[in-house]
Write a protein that binds this ligand. Structure first.
Ligand code: GLN
Length: 386
């Protein structure tokens, strides 16, 4: 028998296909659909930010940045953390600039998760957590958020904890549900991790998109959590530049030292002129403090437009995502319904079942409202016609 010469591959991620964001954005483009699926703004960032970055390039800041990131940028960000949350992070030892939130999350998981370590996460979850855990030999242990308010079942979490639990991943404001963790949630987390060696990975990339006067409960405000947490932030979300893939991670020095051991061999260092440009732009606090009002106005415009439609919803509390429930309209699976909506009605969204580890029967789609008013207007017309 002839032997094929190609090697036999046993996939490390047998269940994983292409991410839903790429799939839906491609489908939207193929069908000329309005794309409210993948989360990104369809408007440009501030010309000031572009000017700062161009200046950095023209000034010759085009070689490697330090592995940890530009010190001036790290100083600016630690001062910002201090003003916002009254916490101390040291710019030399407690922060690293990363190539976006996803890379920071990967670095954190690969730095700390060993073969057989258990990581507790909450479904629905952003899609990069589980593959990162599994590529590093870890085991994802799931707790499902409560229907319909997406709150955490803390007594269940407590039962899932054992001597193999190495990390708990939380995300607030939460993608895809748009809910926020409350002070009491973080107090619960602080209580159940007290005296353990469990780390917390806190994905806070939507920290500046919080609505209706609510406050963002960063883990760093809770002393018992700060000492065990790696916090993840994103410039893409805050400054409308998702394509730049820029973010940062914060943690106490002992954790950050381990994070950097992995980070330096995953990416070494990140984009130098962007770091200079972002540092200059961050000097004006208004550039990020105005963001919640800016996005709340978009959320309200969108929801006001569709309040007479057959979709039902609770207003998103944060992020730039809004869930819409279509159970009064159709009985089909959310994956089928969202594909049909894209092809037939020319409106793309994300079915939320893809954020679960097991089949679910939710009839809910996620829509991104980080869009120009004219785009939202067109989407509103489609939604009202269904
Ligand atoms: N965070 C964005 C979202 O949830 C997408 C990021 C990506 O495409 N990887 O839609």
């Amino acid at each position: 028998m002839a032997h094929s010469s190609s090697p036999v591959i046993i996939s490390k991620l047998p269940q994983v296909g292409t991410t839903i964001f790429t799939v839906m954005s491609r489908l939207a483009a193929e069908h000329g659909a309005i794309n409210l699926s993948q989360g990104f703004p369809d408007f440009d960032c501030s010309p000031d930010l572009l000017r700062h970055v161009s200046k950095a390039m023209n000034d010759g800041h085009n070689q490697y940045a330090p592995m940890q990131g530009l010190l001036s940028l790290r100083e600016t960000l630690c001062a910002k953390m201090n003003r916002a949350y009254n916490v101390n992070y040291h710019p030399e030892t407690d922060i690293t600039i990363t190539a976006g939130g996803t890379q920071a999350i990967y670095s954190a998981i690969s730095a700390f998760i060993r073969e057989g370590d258990e990581v507790i996460l909450f479904a629905p979850a952003y899609d990069c957590y589980q593959p990162a855990i599994e590529l590093n030999g870890g085991v994802a242990v799931w707790s499902t958020l409560k229907q319909t308010d997406f709150s955490i079942d803390w007594p269940e979490v407590k039962k899932l904890i054992n001597h193999r639990t190495r990390m708990i991943i939380i995300n607030t404001p939460h993608n895809p549900s748009g809910t926020l963790l409350k002070k009491e949630d973080l107090e619960q987390l602080e209580k159940i991790t007290k005296g353990t060696d469990i780390l917390v990975l806190s994905d806070e990339v939507y920290e500046h998109l919080v609505f209706d006067g609510q406050e963002h409960n960063s883990v760093c405000k809770f002393p018992g959590l700060k000492e065990r947490s790696i916090l993840i932030f994103s410039f893409g979300k805050t400054f409308h530049v998702t394509g730049w893939k820029m973010g940062y991670a914060l943690a106490p020095a002992n954790l950050m030292a381990e994070f950097r051991k992995a980070h330096q061999f995953i990416v070494f260092a990140v984009n130098t002129p962007m770091q200079h440009g972002l540092n200059a732009y961050l000097q004006n606090e208004e550039n990020y403090n105005s963001l919640s009002a800016f996005y709340q106005q978009k959320r309200d415009f969108f929801l006001d437009g569709i309040k007479g439609s057959r979709f039902s919803f609770r207003p998103s509390g944060g992020t730039y995502f809004q869930l819409l429930d279509y159970s009064a309209i159709a009985d089909e699976k959310d994956t089928d319904f969202s594909i049909r909506l894209t092809k037939e009605k020319k409106l793309a969204s994300i079915p939320i079942s893809v954020f679960y580890h097991e089949p679910v029967n939710t009839k809910v789609l996620r829509f991104c409202f980080a869009k120009k008013e004219e785009t939202l207007k067109r989407a509103i017309d489609v939604i009202n016609s269904i």
